[in-house]
Design a protein around this ligand. Structure first.
Ligand code: NAP
Ligand code: ZN
Ligand code: ZN
Length: 359
């Protein structure tokens, strides 16, 4: 009888930060990544932004987390190796990775360049199904990543690398709905919440030519919002200020991460206006239908953006000199950063300097 054995795939030792349960803080964690295959790009991660979705996932707030969980999907780094079929990147190039590392590539959404709506389900950069090694995908809070070339983005040469990393989620998640609903000159656009997504929403809507109004629960963010490009700032807890905005908006983008009164924002839409949710509250909240039917208003949602559109957004940011306002942290401070993010106390995105992993 002849013996047969299947060789274990070659792997790369990787260090990062991960969590073992909804209750555990993030802590050092070592794991394996695949060696780059013919179509793969291996990237040394330089910076990774900290998205509120990382926090929702680490704490299992959406009840779909597979542990151990290594979050991070706002990745900028340097290419260290490429497979023999890769033509677009070479060792030494700057490269970026966002929220997806693969999709089915053949369904109607993938064919339309909308991989985020892949009908089979896209492969998330973390907490997705690892089709190569089995198990779960691990994200950007780590020293390296290996990604199929089709899901690797280019960073415009004029942009600061650390401040670019949040564009890979916060940037595309706000850019995509602003484009889809054709926001531009002559329109009055609301952004709800001044955090990571919200501050990118202001910058992008302003660059697209819209008149931008920020709605915030934090009166102390007023001046920052104006500096970022808001024409007006409304404290959403102030009834008088809210009443002055009734029926005045073409489009409102809601980035709030927790349950809140969305009806207060529906009421601000003109006839045929749209309120689009990108904030992903774990708990549902009520939506009164009369606020919709009386003015044919629309209540919508939007998920990140496709790969081609993500590149378009990066190029738009390069052209307009747009990056994120960031606070750089060593990875050892990630748990404190989460607590500050929960208190809406970040200006306006934490970015992990991955060199700190070696320290
Ligand atoms: P963030 O930096 O924490 O910002 C959220 C902002 O919402 C806060 O700064 C705060 O702004 C406001 N806020 C928080 N709690 C609130 C409450 N209880 N009531 C009213 N306002 C509140 O978070 P982020 O990274 O921008 O993410 C925001 C949400 O978008 C998260 O749920 C995240 O998971 C989701 N997300 C969705 C997508 C997508 O594809 N749809 C992609 C990425 C992230 P003020 O201080 O100005 O009030
Ligand atoms: Zn994100
Ligand atoms: Zn698909």
């Amino acid at each position: 009888m002849s013996k047969s054995s299947v060789a274990a795939p070659a792997t790369l030792k990787t260090v990062g930060y991960g969590s073992n349960s909804a209750q555990s803080p993030l802590a050092p964690f070592s794991f394996e990544r695949r060696e780059p295959g013919p179509r793969d790009i291996q990237i040394e991660i330089l910076y990774c932004g900290v998205c509120h979705s990382d926090l929702h996932t680490v704490r299992n707030e959406w009840q779909n987390t597979i542990y151990p969980c290594v979050p991070g999907h706002e990745i900028v780094g340097r290419v260290t190796a490429v497979g023999n079929q890769v033509k677009t990147f070479k060792a030494g190039d700057v490269a970026a990775v966002g929220c997806m590392v693969d999709s089915c590539r053949s369904c109607a959404s993938c064919r339309d360049g909308l991989e985020q709506y892949c009908e089979v389900g896209f492969v998330g950069t973390y907490n997705g199904e690892d089709k190569h090694l089995g198990g779960v995908t691990y994200g950007g809070y780590s020293d390296k990543i290996v990604v199929d070339q089709d899901f690797v983005l280019r960073v415009p040469a004029n942009l600061d690398l650390a401040a670019t990393s949040p564009l890979l989620c916060a940037g595309i998640t706000t850019y995509s709905p602003l484009r889809h609903w054709k926001v531009g000159k002559g329109q009055r656009v609301g952004i709800v919440g001044l955090g990571g997504l919200g501050h990118m929403g202001i910058k992008l809507a302003h660059a697209m030519g819209a008149e931008v109004v920020l709605f915030t629960t934090s009166p102390n963010k007023k001046e920052d919002a104006q500096r970022l490009g808001a024409n007006e700032v409304v404290v959403s807890k102030n009834q008088n200020e809210m009443e002055r905005q009734l029926n005045r908006f073409d489009f409102i983008l809601d980035t709030v991460s927790a349950p809140h009164n969305v009806d207060a924002f529906l009421q601000l839409l003109k006839r045929d206006g749209t309120l689009c949710m990108v904030g992903a509250s774990p708990e549902p909240f009520p939506v009164p239908v009369f606020s919709l039917i009386m003015k044919r208003r629309q209540f919508a949602g939007s998920l990140i953006g496709g790969i081609a559109e993500t590149q378009e957004m990066l190029d738009f940011c390069g052209k307009h000199g747009i990056t994120s306002d960031i606070e750089i942290i060593p990875i050892q401070q990630i748990n404190q950063a989460y607590e500050r993010m929960l208190k809406s106390d970040v200006k306006y995105r934490f970015v992990i300097d991955m060199a700190s992993l070696k320290g």
